[in-house]
Structures are given as C-alpha cells and as structure tokens.
Design a protein around this ligand. Structure first.
Ligand code: TRP
Length: 353
C-alpha cells in the first residue's frame, strides 16, 4: 500500500524559518518525489484554540496567513490537500472515543505538553482541551489512514501517543480488519533543522518567544534580525578567538549555507568548515559572518515574499480551495470513522430488523 502523508500547523502566527527547515522544506521535497497515495496538510485551528480560547480572531485570521505561507514556500495545491481542522467534524467524534484509552497522567508525562504547560503558565490550572490535544492530534493522523507524518522533533511524543492509541484500540476491540495504520514520524535529516534555535540563542525559534525570522519578513527586517542574532559574547575584538557552539549565526549557516553560497558571496572560503576554523582561531569578525548569512537568507526569502504578494490578491480563491478541500477531507475521514465504530460494535443501524 502506498503512503498517506499528513502533517499540520497551528494557525497562531506566520510561519518562520524554524518551520521552514523543520518541516515545510521536507514537505515540498516529499510532494515532489511523488509515490504517495494522498498528502494532507492540516491547519490545526481547533488545536490552536486549546491555548487561545479568548483569541478566536487571532486563530481565525492566521488560517489564511498559514495557507499563504505554505503555498508561497512551494506547496503545490494540485498535489496536496490543505484543509481546516474544525471543518472536519469526524475528527472530534473520533477523539471522544480515543479519550477513553488515555489517562490524565499519561498526558501529563508527554514532554512537549510539559514544556508547553510551563511556557503558558498552565501549571496551576490546565484546560482539559489543552491537555487533551495529543489525543485530538491522534485523530488528525488516524482519520486519514496516515502512514507518514513529517514533523519537527517536538512532535515525536504526539506520534508515540498516536501509536499507543492504535495499540489500545486493537487490544480492546480486536478488529477483524485493520482500522488504523501505524504512523511514523519523518524528521528532517539534518540535526540542526529539527530544532532550529531562536535569534536569542536561548530556546528554539518560536512565535510565542519573539525570536523568529518569518517567511513574510521584509528585506530590512531580515537584515536587522540577522545583525542582532546572538553570537559569542566573549568574541569582543575581531582578533579574539570565537566559539561556534551556541553561536546562532553559525547554527543558521549549518542549516542554510551551501558551498555554492560561498562561491557566490564569500569566495575567500571554500566551505563552512574553513569559515568556522578561521572564526575559532580569531581574526574573523561577527559582522562579516552575519552579512554572509543575510545574503543567503535574502536570496531564500525574496521569491517566497514575491509569491506571497501575488497570493494576497487572491485570498478568496484560497478560502474557497480550503473549504472545498475540507469537505473532501471530511468525506475521507468519515470512511475510517465508520469502520472504527463498526469495529467497536457501535453500528446501531444493524439493530433495525
Ligand atoms: N501539534 C502540531 C503543531 O503544534 C500541529 C498539528 C496538529 C499536527 N495536528 C497534527 C502535526 C497532525 C502533525 C500531524 O505544530
């Protein structure tokens, strides 16, 4: 059987470079490789509301922003179904059944949930919907027969939870035919792309922390952000030896620089190794390295921004596509939901004689 691919993002803001190298790039690659049966990208608005209940407008307005980010970054809507989570009610029905297999303490042990509880100050009171979102995410994945989930590292616990739910379902209901396929995560190959650090060097790049470069940032903003990136605080004079570890500019070069970029923008060096050696020895200033990174990022982001400008004039068409795609997704999810209820013995129509 061919793979079914599904992934998604919460529409709480525009996509940034962490999303780009951590998942969008991987999706574009997969999309162009072909060989899959279906490919879905879900805009997870309902999940976004689990910690934005009072900010409905923010979530609502970001749906189109995220869709534009995807398409301008290279997602081809003739190959990929981009849909809106809340327009597929089957997902929430499925979640209701799955909730019976998962304990509160299991959810509290989920490392991503743990981090997010801290970040959001939910230690004293956790909204049930928030704690439950890994279960809801299992429905997102299972309702479409997904086998491959291209995500960043922080989503691994969600895939693990999904697999546990499949196993619990199979143990309890012993379906005669397979209802759910076991999904696996697909991480970016490069370690640095799995968790791109933020400009401040403290945590991963994140819209809630404000340490991100966005796909829609203009030229001036990108340059300002690059010039402000955290480097080595002990590298004060150009002649000082510098540290690479924890130096965000070098982390980004790891993620974005190619040997061709050296030919084009910094021909005195053959590759990143040479540049790093020089920095470590001393005699290479931060500004030069930052300007190099800036050139690379400007070249990457200019065409994306250009495409975005065009898409922003066709917002209605994009909404229509999202609505139509969501209907298709709903039809698809309904098939698996029916199979699930059959396997559970919830097929009440059979009671009619
Ligand atoms: N939790 C993901 C995020 O925060 C979004 C998401 C929701 C998702 N449902 C999904 C990702 C299903 C992969 C598969 O970005």
């Amino acid at each position: 059987m061919k793979d079914i691919i599904l992934t998604g993002d919460r529409p709480t803001g525009n996509l940034h470079l962490g999303h780009y190298v951590g998942s969008v790039l991987n999706r574009v690659k997969l999309q162009n490789q072909g060989g899959y049966e279906k490919f879905y990208i879900m805009i997870a608005d309902t999940q976004a509301l689990t910690d934005n209940a009072e900010r409905v407008d923010r979530v609502k307005n970001n749906i189109i922003q995220v869709a534009i980010d995807y398409i301008s970054a290279g997602i081809d809507t003739s190959k990929v179904n981009i849909f809106i989570q809340s327009l597929v009610p089957e997902l929430f029905e499925m979640t209701s059944y799955f909730m019976n297999f998962v304990s509160v303490s299991r959810l509290q042990r989920n490392p991503t949930i743990k981090d997010e509880i801290k970040q959001r100050g939910f230690e004293r009171t956790i909204p049930i919907g928030f704690l439950n979102y890994p279960v809801s995410q299992a429905s997102d994945i299972l309702a479409f027969g997904t086998t491959v989930v291209p995500v960043g590292e922080d989503q691994l616990p969600m895939i693990e939870q999904t697999r546990e739910i499949v196993n619990s379902f199979n143990n309890i209901y012993k379906p005669k035919e397979e209802v759910f396929r076991l999904p696996k995560a697909l991480l970016p190959e490069e370690q640095i792309c799995r968790r791109l650090p933020g400009l401040d060097g403290k945590v991963k790049m994140s819209k809630s922390v404000g340490n991100a470069i966005y796909l829609c940032d203009d030229e001036k903003t990108i340059k300002e952000k690059v010039m402000s990136a955290y480097t080595d605080p002990d590298h004060i004079r150009v002649s000082d030896p510098g540290k690479i570890e924890g130096n965000i500019v070098f982390s980004y070069l790891d993620a974005f620089a190619s040997d061709d970029d050296f030919k084009k923008y910094l021909p005195e060096y053959k590759n990143l190794e040479e540049l790093k050696e020089h920095y470590k020895k001393g005699g290479l200033g931060d500004v030069k390295v930052k300007l190099f990174l800036n050139n690379i990022l400007q070249e990457l982001l200019a065409p994306i921004r250009e495409k975005r400008r065009y898409l922003e004039e066709h917002i209605n068409d994009i909404y229509e596509l999202l609505f139509e795609n969501s209907k298709k997704a709903s039809t698809q999810a309904h098939i698996i939901l029916d199979k699930m209820k059959d396997a559970m013995g919830l097929d009440y129509t059979k009671l009619l004689k």
